[in-house]
Design a protein around this ligand. Structure first.
Ligand code: PNS
Length: 157
C-alpha cells in the first residue's frame, strides 16, 4: 500500500489545495492530509477549523484522512507510513523554496517529494491572497470550499 502525504498550513484551504488532494487520491492507496500546528505562528483559522474544513471538503473520499502534526514533517511522515510527500506547484516561483524543502526532507528524513502542477484555473490562488481579499470585503466564493467562504464572510462582517 502506498501512502502519500499532502502537508501544509491550509489557512485556509483553497479550491487549489482540494483539487491537488483529490487528484492525488486517484494515484495512491491512501492519502494523509497533514495540517501543521505551528505554536509560534498565529494562524487565521484554528487548527481544529482547518482540519474540519478539509474533512468536509474530502468526506466523499474514504482513502483520504486529515490529521494534524507539530514538529518535523519527516517525523510525521514516518509516523503515518508515508512513502512520498506531494506538493502542488502553481508556478515556477514556487519551485525554488519547494526544491529546497524537498532536498532538506530527503536529506534529514530520506523521504521523496513529488510535485503536482496545479490546474491553470487555480494557479493564482494562495491562502494569503484569499485572506487579504476577504478582509477587504471581496468575495472568495468558488475559490475556497463553501464553508470556508461562509466562515470568512462571517468573520469580516
Ligand atoms: O502551506 P505551507 O505553509 O507552504 O506548508 C509548509 C509546511 C507546513 C509543509 C512546512 O513548513 C513544514 O512541514 N513545516 C514543519 C516543520 C519542518 O519540517 N520544517 C522543515 C521543512 S524542510
Amino acid at each position: 500500500m502506498t501512502v502519500a502525504l499532502c502537508p501544509g498550513s491550509f489557512d485556509p484551504p483553497t479550491s487549489g489545495h482540494v483539487d491537488v488532494i483529490r487528484r492525488c487520491a486517484r494515484l495512491f492507496d491512501r492519502v494523509v492530509v497533514g495540517v501543521v500546528a505551528n505554536p509560534s505562528k498565529q494562524s487565521f483559522f484554528t487548527l481544529e477549523e482547518r482540519v474540519g474544513f478539509l474533512q468536509n471538503a474530502l468526506c466523499d473520499l474514504p482513502q483520504v484522512v486529515v490529521r494534524h502534526y507539530q514538529g518535523l514533517l519527516v517525523d510525521f511522515a514516518r509516523q503515518e507510513g508515508a512513502a512520498v510527500l506531494i506538493k502542488g506547484l502553481r508556478a515556477v516561483s514556487d519551485f525554488d523554496s519547494e526544491l529546497q524543502m524537498a532536498q532538506m526532507n530527503q536529506t534529514v528524513g530520506g523521504i521523496e517529494t513529488m510535485f503536482m502542477p496545479t490546474r491553470p484555473e487555480w494557479s493564482f490562488l494562495s491562502s494569503s491572497l484569499i485572506r487579504e481579499v476577504a478582509a477587504l470585503g471581496g468575495s472568495v466564493q468558488g475559490l475556497v470550499p463553501d464553508d470556508v467562504a461562509k466562515a470568512m464572510k462571517e468573520r469580516f462582517s
